[in-house]
Design a protein around this ligand. Structure first.
Ligand SMILES: Cc1cc2nc3c(=O)[nH]c(=O)nc-3n(C[C@H](O)[C@H](O)[C@H](O)COP(=O)(O)O)c2cc1C
Length: 178
């Protein structure tokens, strides 16, 4: 079984990365292979709207750091996407990354990836009210659900401080029981 994890925070030890890495640690201990992508250290271009993917029924052809990702995605069983909240939403680079999944819908707007990939969202925000931006996180995750992925779990860390011991435990458990 394979987990693909895409982390969007520039803080490797911030709460969104910490919780994501706990999910990964749990999954690894349960025997999963993990492919890790850290968007902030990658060169990821925006979708060019060239429609080559639609016309040919293929993955995105842009030759940037997402190139190896598509193969991992087609062979994975779970996808973790993670981001801090910047200006009420996931970060710009994570939206850029999400836009590139245009290639996973064919000419008839049907998913061209195996159905049922488990989806986990991990978000962190300064605001204490966990429900404040829920719709925005759901909007982001919906793009993946729209390609046949199934939301398994969404973590929203609030308050801006470090992840709590309880959150860390829950994240590990979520990975272990994926
Ligand atoms: C540019 C910027 C914009 C932010 N905008 C918001 C916001 O609109 N709402 C909010 O609750 N927190 C906001 N925050 C706070 C972060 O979401 C918060 O510090 C989060 O815990 C960072 O997570 P990370 O360390 O895992 O990246 C913002 C932080 C930055 C740097």
């Amino acid at each position: 079984m394979k987990l693909v994890a895409v982390l969007g925070s520039p803080h490797p030890n911030g709460p969104s990365s910490t919780l994501s890495k706990e999910v990964i640690r749990g999954a690894k201990e349960a025997g999963w292979d993990v492919a890790l992508y850290e968007i902030e250290s990658m060169h990821v271009r925006g979708c060019q709207g060239c429609r080559t993917c639609k016309q040919k029924g293929i993955d995105c052809i842009l030759p940037d750091d997402l190139a190896p990702y598509w193969k991992d995605l087609h062979t994975c069983d779970a996808l973790l996407v993670s981001s801090p909240n910047y200006a009420s939403m996931v970060t710009g680079p994570m939206i850029t990354y999400m836009n590139r999944h245009y290639c996973l819908l064919d000419q008839n707007w049907q998913p061209r990836i195996k159905p049922g990939i488990k989806l986990i969202g991990v978000f962190a925000q300064g605001a204490k009210d966990a429900s404040l931006y829920r719709k925005n996180y759901e909007w982001f995750l919906h793009d993946f659900e729209n390609r046949g992925m199934v939301l398994q779990r969404m973590f929203v860390h609030t308050g801006g401080g470090p992840a709590t011991e309880e959150e860390v435990k829950e994240a590990y458990q979520a990975g272990y029981t994926l």
